[in-house]
Design a protein around this ligand. Structure first.
Ligand code: C5P
Length: 231
């Protein structure tokens, strides 16, 4: 029964793009619309899961029937994700997390001044939340399933997959949902085309269509993996 497949499970899903402030009015952001994350949350909710939805900046509203936590920056998302993951059976990191944030945040609006040199923005690395979630999971040695997303650019499909396989191993998550962004522009669109890679080494699985179709394929795959890892 598809409707109750995830009944009794708690899922944390992050979506949207983080915004890293420069001053009170400016930020560094990215093109994530949040649409794929929303589609995942809807599919998980409809399959009976209790969903914790961690929403960074999105161009679409958060879904009904899920617990929504609003976040702005990568550091806020990290805190929310570590908290929500603590009692989640599944964690999906669909958010586009800024890899870097401005080293200094000005308390007042940065002014342009003719007598001063043009400003230079120094950046510092944000923590890799996905990797941290895996470390916490492994330290606790419970059967939590962790899913990452990756937007890759590359000239050839083979390169993209090879690179993504390496990322899956590096990050240690169970599934990696890979977009080839050089090939299709997916940001803000209603359709998507992905390859789902698994740490267990099963064949890469392609899914494409509407973002709901892709979400359904990811949720299907999650229920298969859960049946494999749950004792
Ligand atoms: O390394 P890359 O940014 O391509 O990895 C993408 C995956 O890692 C996504 O699942 C994203 O949510 C997650 N991520 C993260 N923390 C970061 C950067 C990415 O959790 N600082």
């Amino acid at each position: 029964d598809a409707a109750g497949r995830l009944a009794g499970l708690t899922m944390t899903i992050s979506a949207g793009g983080t915004r890293e402030p420069l001053d009170p009015v400016r930020f560094l952001g990215n093109r994530s619309s949040g649409k794929q994350g929303v589609a995942l949350a809807l599919a998980a909710r409809d399959a009976g899961a209790k969903v914790r939805f961690l929403a960074a900046h999105m161009e679409v509203p958060a879904p009904d029937g899920v617990e929504v936590v609003l976040v702005e920056t990568a550091l806020e998302l990290r805190a929310a994700a570590l908290h929500a993951a603590a009692d989640s059976d599944v964690v999906i990191m669909a958010a586009a997390v800024a890899d870097f944030r401005p080293a200094d945040v000005s308390g007042t609006k940065i002014k342009k001044r003719d007598d001063a040199a043009d400003p230079v923005i120094a950046l510092v690395r944000n923590p890799d939340i996905l990797q941290e979630l895996v470390e916490v999971r492994d330290a606790a040695s419970h059967g939590q399933l962790i899913i990452g997303f990756a937007a890759e650019t590359g000239d050839a499909e083979g390169d993209v997959l090879e690179y993504a396989q390496a990322k899956l191993r590096r990050k240690g998550c169970d599934l990696l949902v890979v977009n080839h962004v050089g090939r299709d522009l997916v940001f803000g669109q209603d359709t998507n085309s992905v390859v789902i890679l698994s740490r267990t080494g099963s064949e890469p699985q392609e899914a494409s269509g509407s973002k709901s179709d892709v979400a359904a394929a990811v949720i299907d795959r999650i229920s298969v993996e859960l049946n494999r890892v749950v004792p």
